[in-house]
Design a protein around this ligand. Structure first.
Ligand SMILES: [Zn+2]
Ligand SMILES: [Zn+2]
Length: 478
């Protein structure tokens, strides 16, 4: 059962997080990483009614990133055991190398003893898969062969559904021959003993994969579409969309220098949040007091990024503008741009602000500013106060005059900030380009500051530091 707007508001007033559609970045570095401040790509989607989790990409070290989450009062840590679906954007090592350890973690059950040398465990295995993996051609073989070669025996099942373009070859799913007790590591077509036969999902005539899968969101059914994006190798972007109220839409792109082919999935309605890569960036001399990063000209940086199939912040901003995204997060940030680790990391912060400035100029959104992802940052997909019409949306019962008046009043409120939660070392910051003010929520006030970051959360508390002058001013507000 999903909630309608009234029920949702009632539950929200009771303090229940019935609405959250939240993205947590476990790794935000490009393939040049991992670095001291960033792991490579993986992010977690927390938006299902049963609190199961979905993931997009799974770089090496992802399992450890789950364990490394900072503890914040009032915030539920993400549990790896709750992951049920993984969406892989492309086969580059910085996006898939954590899959095997993730699966080892998910498919194991310590109650069952191992049977040395024995592979055919299907009689003891459940018929349903424990985890479903979606991704491009080659993913099935990658997972299958790695599990075979690492002699992995587990007590749960997995399945890989491949999203194939017209020319992609199929990886067959043949069962282990009757009576056989080995892994058959040299035979690509024979499944791993824990594998179930996956689907070969061909793209439609427009090159897109529509309604790949769905799930029960907190307020609506969530539909997943996928589309090809241009990178130096085949790559996929995913769209997570609520089928009806509040019709939020989250677009997560893999590595790309041009996501044009999936534009039909990104418009009508336009996304509530776009996560776009920004692997490289020119740095202005004024921001680079250490005179290192600003040595490369804007043209040199652009050519270098394009030659590797990547984007600069201006391209992310321009795409956000093109599809009229309401929110923008820059992700897959080059190893040369480490994340600020504390408020005194002035140089790192100046560099990140310079990168965001470039994205913001190209995006030129009237109300919102781009955010640069950092490891463990949480971003909430906000509910648009003026709910947009949606081709898949089923109207809900808010027909009374009173309800309409309430909706109008909600629309008059300023839009909520998009960023949620805690950064490394339990703090998050938000930078306003025009005001030069940072809003930092720290551990001690996390329970109340969460309310600030909850969509349309009225009467919430926050602590704000004005870092524009020499004497930083602290302000507590409501
Ligand atoms: Zn990458
Ligand atoms: Zn790549």
């Amino acid at each position: 059962m999903y909630l309608n707007a009234d029920q949702f508001n009632k539950r929200k007033n009771e303090g229940l997080d019935t609405a959250k559609m939240e993205v947590t970045f476990l790794g935000t570095c490009s393939g040049g990483g991992p670095t001291e401040s960033r792991n490579c790509s993986s992010l977690v989607l927390d938006m299902l009614s049963d609190y199961d989790l979905w993931m997009v990409d799974c770089a090496e070290g992802t399992v450890r990133q789950f364990a490394q989450q900072p503890h914040v009062h009032g915030q539920r840590p993400l549990k790896i055991s709750r992951v049920t679906k993984v969406f892989i954007t492309h086969m580059h090592a910085d996006h898939v190398m954590g899959l095997i350890t993730l699966l080892r973690n998910l498919l194991y059950n310590t109650k069952v003893v191992a049977y040395p040398g024995e592979v055919r465990t299907e009689l003891r295995l459940p018929r349903q898969e424990r985890v479903v993996i979606f991704g491009p051609a080659g993913l099935r073989a990658f997972v299958r062969q790695n599990l075979k070669l690492t002699l992995t025996r587990a007590v749960d099942r997995y399945v890989v559904h491949e999203l194939l373009t017209a020319g992609d070859p199929i990886t067959p799913c043949e069962p282990i021959p009757e009576g056989s007790t080995t892994f058959h590591p040299t035979e690509l077509n024979i499944m791993h003993c824990c594998e179930l036969p996956g689907l070969d999902i061909r793209a439609g005539p427009d090159g897109l994969w529509r309604a790949v899968t769905e799930g029960h969101g907190r307020m609506s059914k969530i539909l997943v579409d996928a589309g090809p994006i241009l990178h130096r190798d085949p790559c996929i972007g995913y769209v997570f969309q609520e089928a009806w109220y509040p019709s939020r839409k989250l677009v997560i792109l893999g590595d790309t220098y041009d996501p044009e082919p999936m534009i039909p999935l990104c418009i009508n309605p336009s996304p509530s949040l776009l996560i776009h890569e920004a692997t490289d960036s020119h740095i202005s001399a004024t921001a680079d007091t250490e005179v290192k990063l600003s040595k490369r000209s804007a043209e040199t940086v652009l050519q270098a990024a394009l030659s590797k199939g990547h984007s600069v912040p201006e391209m992310a901003g321009a795409f956000a503008k093109k599809i009229n995204a309401s929110g923008l997060v820059l992700n897959h940030i080059g190893a040369r741009f480490p994340a600020p680790r504390n408020p005194s990391d002035d140089h790192r912060k100046r560099i990140m602000r310079d990168i965001l400035k470039k994205a913001n100029l190209a995006w030129s959104h009237k109300k919102n500013y781009a955010v640069a992802a950092f490891d463990f940052c949480r971003v909430n997909v906000p509910i648009d106060p003026e709910i947009k019409e949606h081709p898949r949306r089923h109207e809900i019962s808010t027909t009374g005059a009173k309800e309409k008046e309430k909706e109008k009043e909600a629309a008059r409120r300023p839009p909520p900030p998009e960023i949620i939660g805690n950064a490394n070392f339990s703090r998050s910051y938000q930078y306003y380009e025009d005001r030069g003010v940072e809003r930092i929520s720290v551990n001690a006030v996390a329970s109340t500051s969460q309310a600030v970051h909850t969509p349309a959360g009225g009467g919430s508390e926050f602590i704000e530091w004005d870092l524009s002058g020499h004497n930083s001013k602290k302000r507590r507000g409501r």
